[in-house]
Design a protein around this ligand. Sequence first.
Ligand code: KIV
Ligand code: ZN
Length: 532
Amino acid sequence: MTPPDDPNRVLIFDTTLRDGEQSPGISLNASEKLEIAQQLARLGVDIIEAGFPIASPGDFEGVQGIARADYGPAHPIVAGLARTHVADVDAAYNAVKDAARPRIHTFISTSDIHIEHQLQSTREDVKGQARAAVAHAKRYLDDVEFSPMDATRADIDYTAEVIQIAIDEGATTINIPDTVGYAVPEEYAAFLAGLYERVPGLRDVVLSVHCHNDLGLAVANTLAGLRAGARQVECAVNGIGERAGNASIEEIIMLLHTRQADVGLHTGANTREIARTSRMVSRLTGYPVQPNKAIVGRNAFAHESGIHQDGVLKERRTYEIMDAETVGLDDVNSIVLGKHSGRHALAQALTELGFELKGQTLNTAFQRFKEIADKKKQVTAMDLEALVTDELRSEIAGYTLEWFDVEASSRRPPHATVCVTGPDGDQLTGSFTGDGPVDAIFHAINAATAVDAKLREFRVDAVTGGRDALGETSVQVEVAGVSGAGQGVSTDILEAAASAYVRALSAAVRRQGALAEAESASAEVPEVVRAP
Ligand code: KIV
Ligand code: ZN
């Protein structure tokens, strides 16, 4: 991709499904990834980094599904990540090749600390690998991105040499990662300026920024990078990603939108899709959004002090620099269904919310909607979103909750029996007498599955207000050092907790399998692309 005709247009490269998915405990199935990709397209991102295809067959299929999807007129670029190994580049190409606009993103570290300790290689060898990987990717596609990983801790002259090589071989985007979130804004901007000086050809390709948030500076560094001339921003929804995460997409979009007059840059994003995108990613990943998170936190537009409330009632702008409507927070009040609403009304409401459910998934969603509508007078957009994302989760391969019995009393320890269907379709039952009803259910699930899962986090939230609100639970477990997250939604909190636990356990078991697969594949010594 060459720099956009409009010099002030910033390309949004979303890496929620790649760097974001690397957050501990997150494990999305193919339909969840596709739902998120479709929503990212509605949000108007320019590039979706869909995954790391060599990592596992599941990752490959996830990327391929996203590449093959129909996004209507949006046509975001779909990128697949690859190390400089031949097999990585081949896998990335095969996974993205059916996209309307495919991209291969290849990377190798240029910092001595990575070259010496992680790659156990030399600067010369890294140059050769970068040259050969970009050249190999270019045989497949025009659109090739190259990242010198850990660039901000690397020698600038050496990094510039590697970038020059990548550009000579035809890289069309050069991304400068602050991999460990170490840089401060002035330093990052100076580093980019230094690269422009050393590599004049950098002005003929797209310069990209990729900032991690270890010191809480990811968005500040991103803005500094844009001011230094970068025109692609790598970011993730709700700022998820390795460790403290990536720069948050919603903060960057709204920063450029709100301060456009001063910063002078703009994106192609539809800001009204921000809130929905954030809720969807939070639900499907099981990563809650902190209440005071900028733009999408529950309190981002709430005013507690009397003085502030008084001011906002008189004139919103007294204490608000953005309008909640601009980020789509008003949409949730626009849809209300009841027990007399039919399948057509449900499908239409779901379409408005951005879900295209068909066939059996729509039937099951309708059935669950009816059950909920019988218990609640009004089913709101928030309820529907929770219900549909819950349906998507149930497609995860692994264990499924069938039923549970729990006897709870303040006079004796609670006892639970559960039945789950195993990955091979067997019905498995287990019982346990625990400290409380939830504890008894969780241990009974361990007994039924014979998986020794340890509970790490358990959270219960109400989807909406009111006594008849749907309950949404989030669970994180660890199985032999591998974490898994799961969520459940129901009007019955115990049922929501049991489903969430079974899903978290399944996710951890699945990740264990994928890690074992990846380990045995790398034991076969990957062929590294060498300089010709
Ligand atoms: O943080 C990083 O360096 C990355 C690269 C793969 C771009 O995620
Ligand atoms: Zn990263």
